[in-house]
Design a protein around this ligand. Structure first.
Ligand code: SAM
Length: 218
């Protein structure tokens, strides 16, 4: 566990953690990761005073850093164990990847915007997180490191991308928002056998669109 120095954001961070607990986040590893990863480094400098609001915030290329409650629900639902190999689709700011790395996962993260990927790579490196940041269309996954113990999609898909479901280990989970361009439902899809999957609904979400071969058209 990476020790955290005192910061001007301590009060706001503790208030956010209390809110997440109230809203049903109970996994202590997830709460500890949110307590440790400095979200203020992942938002635009002029928005740092809002870093611990429970809200999505704008980043470059008209994208967003996700709402902390959504990050918490999705991470809790992935059931990450230290050493697990996790593929993230939609690196964005790199915050979700840092949460997973903080929990001891080995993280590979794909982003379609090269500038965002480069910024996230630098930020994660500066903070001491080892994450493999790749540029490309994450809707087809990344067969180079498959299979994965978990896959997390942090953009809204029209349907569950089949290549991702097929890149899970048996027993692995894929957490993905599925719906339209404005509103989605979060699903956890579990691979139960070579050709069998089950799905659970986790609740509503509002992500930017997943654009790609197995997602929306640009
Ligand atoms: N996980 C991010 C974070 O922690 O900041 C937030 C992700 S943001 C809500 C969604 C991201 O998905 C955007 O950066 C967007 O460019 C990216 N994206 C959309 N379609 C993609 C695709 N096919 N492959 C990879 N990234 C994609």
């Amino acid at each position: 566990m990476r020790p955290r120095p005192t910061t001007p954001y301590d009060h706001q961070r503790l208030a956010l953690l209390a809110l997440l607990r109230e809203r049903g986040i109970s996994d202590t590893a997830v709460l500890q990761a949110i307590d440790t990863v400095p979200r203020e480094h992942f938002v635009q400098a002029f928005m740092r005073n809002r870093a611990y609001d429970d809200t999505a915030l704008p980043i470059d290329d008209r994208q967003t850093i996700s709402q902390p409650h959504t990050v918490a629900i999705m991470t809790q639902s992935l059931m990450v164990r230290p050493g697990a190999k996790i593929l993230e689709i939609g690196t964005g700011s790199g915050y979700q990847a840092a949460i997973l790395a903080q929990m001891g996962a080995r993280v590979i993260s794909i982003e379609r915007h090269p500038r965002l990927s480069q910024q996230a790579r630098q930020r994660l490196q500066d903070l001491g997180y080892s994450v493999e940041c790749r540029v490309g269309d994450g809707t087809i996954g990344y067969s180079g490191q498959a299979p994965y113990d978990g896959i997390i999609v942090t953009a809204g898909a029209p349907d569950v991308p089949e290549p991702l479901a097929r890149q899970l280990v048996v027993g692995g989970h894929l957490v993905v928002p599925v719906g339209d361009h404005q509103q989605q439902t979060l699903y956890r899809v579990t691979r139960t056998d070579h050709d069998a999957w089950t799905a659970n609904e986790l609740g509503p979400a509002a992500f930017v669109p997943l654009i790609g071969v197995e997602g929306w058209d640009e």
